[in-house]
Design a protein around this ligand. Structure first.
Ligand code: YSA
Length: 357
């Protein structure tokens, strides 16, 4: 590379310098060499820069002429630098394509796009229906006190109804040697928690995970989701329960669904019911149907009017307030809706299953 010069600026020196610079540039082959060239000619102490600085020593007419030539030269060098850099780009790409066998025309690899788990999808769908009906969505703890999971729901210690829920106790004992903590067996403990922390009117749904010490089979998991519902106010009747749940079934399963309520027992409701919809696979005909096992009906949830003892337990006057509650299993609902035969598929992490949703 030619060293900086202290030649006085003139049209000849500018022309010569431009020629030399362009000639040198055409022989360079790497980005490093380009940078050295740029510093040598256009840098702060580069040849053209120094030449421009020397303009002040010229008389006014000469300065105008040589100054304009010098600026033109600067533009020429910059354009040539840009062009050479683009040429080197192209050459490098061609070399890498031939040497590395890189096919730049191949389409890029597609990034897999994730999606929501089918349980999350159905939980959101269920909560969406209830929020359209005026319910808020709240959540609660999965590790729960015996107090909320059982006692506040009218299931005291020693009550045979405790056998309805096979419980996973947490390894923690209080001073009396009791084990008051557990993995919640249902979302119903949130009924008492919500009522304790707010005043009527109450309309909430509570989605969340539950756990039971259960052998698994096609319809039972040891961990599964529930969606709890609770409405409490003055003057709520069983007709409100039926109307709300009927509308829910219609919106989730379709306009023509029939609904059936039958008596059932839960210690925290009076009266208690289970709710079924007519089987959409066989249109209620039964007759060899795999989904409803010939009954024509599919049970989808437990429900009832909140027991006066539960209302009194949270300090509400059961003479003034009434309410209804319900609890349903979203996986079972998804099984019905999508014809899934085994609940264990939800949590087996088999992508062939999960990708279908
Ligand atoms: C009843 C009345 C109310 O006023 C409020 C709520 C309830 C429901 C009550 N807490 C309960 O847990 N009833 S349940 O034991 O029958 O479970 C409710 C739903 O959870 C079932 O219909 C089922 O869909 C789901 N479920 C229960 N055990 C399950 C399960 N899903 C998968 N695996 C299990 N092991």
């Amino acid at each position: 590379m030619t060293q900086p010069t202290s030649e006085p600026p003139s049209s000849q020196t500018i022309e010569r310098l431009t020629r030399e610079a362009v000639d040198e540039l055409s022989k360079l082959g790497t980005y490093e060499e380009l940078e050295t060239w740029r510093v040598a000619y256009l840098g702060r102490r580069g040849r053209l820069t120094l030449l421009l600085r020397g303009l002040s020593g010229l008389d006014i007419d000469e300065r105008r002429l040589v100054g304009s030539l010098a600026n033109e030269a600067k533009g020429t060098l910059e354009q040539n630098l840009e062009r050479r850099s683009a040429e080197i780009d192209g050459a490098e790409l061609a070399t890498s394509a031939s040497q590395d066998k890189l096919d730049v025309t191949l389409p890029g690899r597609t990034t897999p796009v994730g999606r929501l788990h089918p349980t999350t999808q159905i939980v959101r769908e269920i909560c969406g229906v209830f929020s359209d009906l005026g319910f808020s969505v709240v959540e609660g703890p999965e590790v729960e006190w015996d107090h909320y999971n059982f006692e506040m729901l009218n299931i005291p210690r020693g009550h045979p109804a405790r056998d309805m829920w096979n419980t996973l106790w947490v390894d923690y004992q209080n001073e009396a040697g009791e084990q008051p903590m557990l993995l919640r067996t249902h979302t119903s403990p949130m009924q008492a928690r919500v009522m304790e922390s707010s005043r009527p009117p109450i309309r909430v749904v509570v989605p969340g995970k539950c756990y039971r010490y259960e052998a698994t089979d096609a319809t039972h998991e040891w961990h599964f989701y529930q969606v709890e519902g609770l409405a409490v106010d003055e003057g709520i009747t069983f007709a409100d329960l039926k109307g709300t749940l009927y509308e829910f079934a219609r919106r989730l399963f379709g306009e023509d669904r029939k609904v059936r309520f039958r008596c059932d027992y839960f210690p925290f409701v009076e009266p208690g019911v289970d709710m079924s919809i007519d089987c959409f696979a066989c249109e209620g005909e039964g007759d060899g149907c795999r989904i409803c096992r010939d009954s024509g009906w599919i049970e989808i949830m437990g429900a009832g009017m909140v027991h006066p003892k539960v209302l009194a337990g949270v300090g509400y006057d059961p003479e003034k307030y009434t309410g209804f509650a319900f609890g349903l299993g979203p996986e079972r609902i998804a099984m019905l809706k999508y014809g899934i035969e085994d609940i264990r598929l939800f949590y087996a992490n088999d992508l062939r299953f999960l990708r279908q949703f």
